[in-house]
Design a protein around this ligand. Structure first.
Ligand code: ADP
Ligand code: MG
Length: 554
């Protein structure tokens, strides 16, 4: 046999481990969920590999996870008969952090208040290392399915780990055994009743059965049966079960804000279970962490990179399980399959449809979702031409009409006689927009103006030609229809003065003074108190777009 080697953790891992142990202390229970989810992933990976290499499952043993509690020796073991790891896999998976989100994670966790840390672990997928919150030493014994040799990895989480060959009786015949040598203050994790409660709470719906063994001498008892939640019918699923499953797949700890669960029958048969999270995930705008909606085929996990949902629904978590797709889907098939295209369309329509219903039936719940994800949904207005109308209907805005969120139908329903366009003003700051002199003339006529404060607004608002036959118009653009709309306070309209000789003379004076700095100077109805304001030309970019472009150096 070859002597074991001692290797150092990558610097980032060492830092991460240090923080894990020192700042994430308050909710240590999550480590178990993380290790069980790794075990379940390993089983699902094997189930998938075995589609093309059935010999990998030749021993006929059902995939399962076994948790063993040894209170006397203060040990906790989590074992699976899944895909397993080779020596390289172990070094790569448990000694480095290949993920782009890690740096962001560490920044966040350093800034996190006590107790927030645990929520971050799951979100960032640094689950394995959470074992060091409860263990002074972690040993991993693994044998890769179909591979040669068995390996032992072990570490105290303080900068280095040891890796070498394992004795064959320490290692499962296939898969991975993770042994935690519990710290004195974490002994309760070797108590079988604590474990049973935690497994049921956190991991009751993983797609692989979970057994619990109490040492010494106890028999394996099944704690979770591995039936996939989404295959059961809606009526028999309790809301806690939905929530627990959501937490398992998302790594988040919040309550989902909306759940969409249905079975499609007919031309394509599939089940879908989708969740709108209760709060905004940290990486909503990280281009590397988009999607994450899982694709299953007859309960076999295939991939979470099938782009089931459009980009603007990237905050939605969940899965589809197809009855018709072949198991051995290649990358091209995933991109080109008409079946999958139909599923994408079906799920997207259903989610938007359900959001629409929610907006009608429970406005407050919908607004909560809009406040977290409206910014992203608005991307769809210019990205998804087919569903533009539908998304415009869902959209909610702040406006000069008050503090309530307004839909575009609210807006068009409140338009003034003579008003032809939907007016908006855009900028980064709502309070500053509200104070803008550009709005004076609109206020004086009781004309509502939408206050667009998200950068994405400038993109959709210029790409959408109309809503219910009304065009969108920036208040900073000239040529508005204000003269046709009567003032609300019935003060006499002073429009005639504009054409008077005095005004004209004044305008020529300004034009000659400013020269090429402006393209035109006009008398206007838009001001009631301020003397002057800058406007953009009727045609061409509005002021906010000009600002964005010049910030981008164009
Ligand atoms: P994630 O699960 O998000 O990838 P983790 O830190 O939980 O992150 O695990 C890191 C990696 O270690 C996994 O991606 C996997 O490759 C490997 N791994 C962990 N546990 C197991 C296991 N029981 N069987 C096989 N591989 C595992
Ligand atoms: Mg994991």
């Amino acid at each position: 046999t070859i002597a074991p080697e001692t290797l150092s953790f990558e610097a980032d891992v060492a830092r991460l481990l240090h923080m894990m142990v020192h700042s994430v202390y308050s909710d240590r229970d999550v480590f178990l969920r993380e290790l069980i989810s790794n075990a379940a992933d390993a089983c699902e990976k094997l189930r998938y590999e075995a589609i093309t290499r059935p010999e990998l499952l030749a021993d006929g043993k059902a995939l399962c996870i076994t948790v063993t509690a040894d209170a006397e020796r203060k040990r906790l073991t989590i074992e699976d008969n899944g895909i397993g790891m080779s020596r390289e896999d172990l070094v790569e998976a448990l000694g480095t952090i290949a993920r782009s989100g890690t740096r962001a994670f560490m920044e966040r966790i350093e800034a996190a208040k006590a107790g927030e840390g645990a929520e971050l672990i799951g979100q960032f997928g640094v689950g394995f290392y959470s074992a060091f919150m409860v263990a002074e030493k972690v040993e991993v014994f693994s044998r890769a399915a179909g591979g040669e040799g068995s390996w032992r990895w072990s570490s105290d989480g303080k900068g280095a780990y040891e890796i070498g060959q394992a004795l064959s009786d320490e290692t499962p015949a296939r898969g991975t055994r993770v042994v935690l040598h519990l710290m004195d203050d974490a002994e309760n994790y070797a108590q079988s009743y604590t474990l049973e409660k935690l497994i049921k709470e956190q991991s009751g719906h993983v797609a692989v059965p979970v057994y619990l063994v109490e040492k010494p001498g106890g028999e394996a008892r099944q704690i979770a049966d591995g039936t996939a939640l989404w295959t059961r019918s809606k009526g028999e699923i309790k809301s806690e079960e939905y929530t627990e499953f959501y937490r398992g797949i998302s790594g988040d700890f919040d309550e989902p804000a909306a759940i969409v669960h249905y079975r499609a029958e007919g031309r394509q048969e599939y089940s879908a279970l989708a969740y709108v999270p209760g709060s905004r995930p940290f990486d909503l705008f990280d281009p590397d962490r988009t999607g994450r909606f899982r694709l299953y085929v007859r309960r076999v996990f295939i991939t979470d990179e099938a782009d089931i949902l459009p980009r603007y629904l990237r905050f939605v978590r969940g899965l589809v399980d197809s009855a018709d797709l072949p198991l051995n889907l290649s990358r091209e098939m995933i991109q080109e399959s008409p079946l999958l295209a139909a599923i994408r369309k079906g799920v997207t329509n259903r989610i938007l449809g359900d959001l629409e219903k929610l907006a009608e039936n429970d406005g407050d719940a919908f607004i909560k979702i809009w406040e977290s994800f409206g910014v992203v949904l608005k991307e769809g207005i210019y990205e998804d031409w087919e569903r533009k109308e539908q998304l415009l209907k869902l959209a909610r805005f702040h406006s000069t009409a008050g503090d309530e969120w307004r839909s575009l139908s609210d807006y068009t329903g409140a338009m003034k006689v003579g008003q032809k366009a939907i007016y908006y003003i855009s900028g980064d700051d709502r309070a500053r927009l509200e104070a803008s002199p550009q709005l004076e003339g609109f206020r004086a006529r009781g004309v509502e103006v939408l206050l667009l404060t998200d950068p994405v607004d400038s993109f959709w608002v210029t790409s959408v030609s109309e809503f219910e036959g009304k065009t969108f118009k920036s208040v900073t653009q000239g040529g508005s229809d204000l003269p046709d709309i009567p003032l609300t306070d019935n003060t006499e309209d002073k429009v005639e003065e504009e054409t008077s000789g005095e005004v004209n003379a004044f305008i020529s004076f300004i034009k000659s003074t400013l020269g090429d700095a402006v393209s035109d100077v006009r008398a206007s109805d838009r001001l009631t108190e301020s003397a002057v304001c800058l406007v953009a030309p009727d045609h061409g970019p509005d002021r906010q777009i000009e600002r964005l472009l010049s910030a981008a150096g164009r």
